[in-house]
Ligand binder design. Structure first.
Ligand code: NAP
Ligand code: 3JN
Length: 341
């Protein structure tokens, strides 16, 4: 039998943390002991892992003694503060927040795209998991970039409320129910109503007029594809969908490529399923991607307004591939190639 690892999930009671526990179980990650961490408010709660109840503990600076791998999804401030304590105690951190993603000493990894970058974990003991919108886009675009080079990307996203966490899932449900019952919907999470609406506003606005989510897509894509020359512009939009982000992506390539060639490339790409048959109304949809780990690509066609332009529609489960699955895949690379005896 291979080595077993002591694993901690930080933010275990959250939307992503809960999915982390499920992913560790579904993928049969070699867990010896599982430690579940959250705020002191959740300490004592019990969550299930492999048929057993595991008690949630309050996160402290000493939580990581004896832990091999810590998977964090408790927000940037928590990661910023506690990842160094974990690393100091020899626990390798896989962090789901934006806190460390652009640190030059921290690798930013999507296993289908740049698994080699995991090796750099040794610099700080931290590996960053990209933003969900970035992950699904690079899974689909990396094969195109490798084949013909990508010069420019124009992306618009249609992001599910689960990306904002548990409270936002409740907000969409409660507002929808209120409106259908002719009641006044309450706003707690978003600045405007999300039910039956679209908000071109994800994360905070920056001085350049973009939102932070939009700039995450720009900077993270360049880091993962290891190419700062790619021009990228993003508009990120919250839509009244519970699970799975959808993206309209327009790419201009350096060398010509036909839609048929893109389709063939993506049919052989790891983690991608091509769903593209307009004659049968077949295209990726949020409701089909939810609960799956693959990234679905369709509506592949030439952009007739430029030479070397391709349009794609890319859909993936934001909580699974966009967060938990990607993080557990990174932990698998660590366990198999770097931490095994
Ligand atoms: P959520 O449902 O609101 O859950 C937040 C979790 O973090 C809860 O378990 C909460 O514990 C815990 N937590 C918050 N502050 C903490 C602290 N000071 N110490 C210990 N635990 C703390 O949010 P979520 O949707 O799961 O997202 C959590 C984080 O994951 C986000 O802030 C973001 O950084 C990251 N994320 C990344 C992606 C991505 O694109 N890769 C997508 C979504 C989220 P309690 O239950 O005890 O309050
Ligand atoms: O809104 C989404 O669909 C994805 C949200 C991601 C997120 C939410 C709160 C804080 C992040 C992230 O992963 O970039 C963060 C953060 O860590 O900054």
């Amino acid at each position: 039998m291979g080595k077993l690892f002591n694993v901690a999930v930080v933010g275990a009671t959250g939307a992503v943390g809960n999915q982390m526990i499920t992913c560790l179980e579904e993928r049969n990650f070699p867990v010896n002991n599982l430690k579940l961490l959250a705020t002191s408010r959740s300490a004592g709660r019990k969550l299930r892992f492999k048929g057993e109840e595991v008690q949630v503990e309050a996160l402290t600076e000493t939580s990581f003694k004896g832990v091999d791998i810590g998977i964090f999804s408790a927000g940037g401030a928590t990661s910023q503060k506690y990842a160094p304590f974990a690393a100091k105690d020899g626990c390798v951190v896989v962090d789901n927040s934006a806190a460390w993603r652009m640190d030059p000493d921290v690798p930013l990894v999507v296993p289908e795209v740049n698994p080699h970058a995991v090796a750099k974990y040794a610099d700080k003991g931290i590996i960053a998991n990209p933003n969900c919108s970035t992950i699904q886009m690079v899974v689909a675009l990396a094969p195109i970039h490798r084949k013909v080079g990508i010069k420019r990307i124009v992306v618009s996203t249609y992001q599910a409320v689960s990306g904002t966490g548990k409270k936002a899932i409740d907000e969409l449900y409660n507002q929808t129910k209120a409106i259908l019952n002719f009641l006044e919907p309450e706003k707690r999470v978003y600045p405007h109503r999300i039910a039956f609406n679209c908000l071109p506003h994800i994360d905070v606005f920056l001085d350049n007029g973009y939102t932070k989510e939009e700039m995450k897509m720009v900077n993270e894509t360049r880091k993962i594809l290891e190419d700062d020359s790619i021009g990228i512009t993003a508009t990120t939009v919250r839509v009244p969908v519970f699970f799975s982000h959808s993206e309209s992506v327009n790419v201009e390539t350096r060398h010509p490529i036909t839609p048929e060639e893109v389709r063939a490339l993506l049919e052989n790409a790891p983690g991608v399923i091509v769903a593209d048959d307009p004659s049968k109304n077949l295209y990726p949809m949020a409701i089909d991607a939810a609960g799956r780990d693959e990234t679905f690509v369709g509506r592949i066609r030439a952009d007739e307004s430029v030479s070397n332009g391709i349009n794609l529609w890319i859909v993936s489960d934001n909580i699974r591939k966009g967060a938990a699955t990607n993080a557990v895949q990174i932990a698998e690379i660590l366990a198999q190639n770097y931490l095994g005896s």
